[in-house]
Design a protein around this ligand. Sequence first.
Ligand SMILES: Cc1ncc(COP(=O)(O)O)c(C=O)c1O
Length: 411
Amino acid sequence: LIERKQEPRAEVDSSSNWWRREDLFYKGNQLHFAGAPVVSWLYGEQTPAYLYNWQRIQENIRRLREALQSTEKAYRIFYAMKSNRHAPLLTSLAQMGNVGIDACSHAEIEAALSCGFRDEHISFTATGVAREEWKQVLSHHALRVNADSLSDLEKIGNISPGRTVGIRLNPAAGIGYRQNPLLRYADADTLSKFGIPLEDITTAYAIAAKYDLKIDGLHIHSGCGYLSDQLPALQNILETLKPLWQQFKIQSINLGGGLGIPLVTDDEPLDLNEWSAVLRSGLKGFDGEIWIEPGDYIVKDSGILVTTVTQSLVRRHHRYISVNAGFNIHPEPVFYDLPLHPLPTLQRPGEPSSAILAGNINEVHDLWAKNIVFPPVEEGDHIAFLNAGGYGAAMSSHHCLRGNFTERLIL
Ligand SMILES: Cc1ncc(COP(=O)(O)O)c(C=O)c1O
């Protein structure tokens, strides 16, 4: 394995307000979100609390749809519900009716159906699926399935011969936020467990022929959180697909998710005009549909996680601020080294100073931020973590039996 050069995680800069938006700003000394002070959305309930702004989710989808429209190809968006499966959110999406669902387990399929989606709205792309689970998944006849491996193709063929399927490919190239190797799903030099390697395509088609499976779609998902600087890499990945859709009869190319958003002050946002230009040129001549299955791009910046300061003290010359939520409530900073920008919901007078922001879990790595410059806060104050709408609540655990939190979709 090659050690990949990763750009150092950018430091949180509490003096810059790069994150400011129409629905997120300070007024007076109060942080406002979705049209009201953050604390007012708690309705007196306990923290930790996730708040999601439905309006922002709609805007994110509208922006994506516009970009896809400008490719002048037919397209479909499947929301990756693994990023956030809050039932009111799924129900609102189902009612809106312009996105489907990307599901990665049979339980997710059932959750989507219970929120108003139908089989034909769902695309299933999963990993390590057991034969029994495939039987459950394939009992939904109108549902789209993608095989992640040759073994999946054998299982699908066995259980449901004659079915139309897609195949998830491993293009041996990854993309992701700030070259973070933890977010690149398909690099040739890492042990990627996903997808059928391009060199196994002939075998894949032979298995499909054995069971009369019709492969009409190609699927790739090469990593998470990519911004504009990664678009040349996306272009290269599209080039590697070209010989396949030129050779085989392919009706849809699913580009997975992975579209990122800025997380720190010097992140340049993903330019969707450039993104759609890459799709236009990379898929020039392809007359089928473009499918995508974003999670984070739709929900990440719609959500904040509100926590409460449990202690603020100096330990060996370092200022430690602890909050009542740890990495089990939002694992991304610890699992993926992804920053969540913290802000006090109340601005107190006084100068910011360097601090370490810690969680309440008995694990040494349970730190929200190691080296930040943060304004004064007191016990009982609230700290809101921005961009917490994706892979937070959905990935939470009950470690230390501190897994309780509330979630609220602000309509
Ligand atoms: C197959 C697949 N599709 C879509 C997604 C959604 O990715 P993101 O939330 O980065 O858009 C993932 C995330 O891991 C995935 O594995």
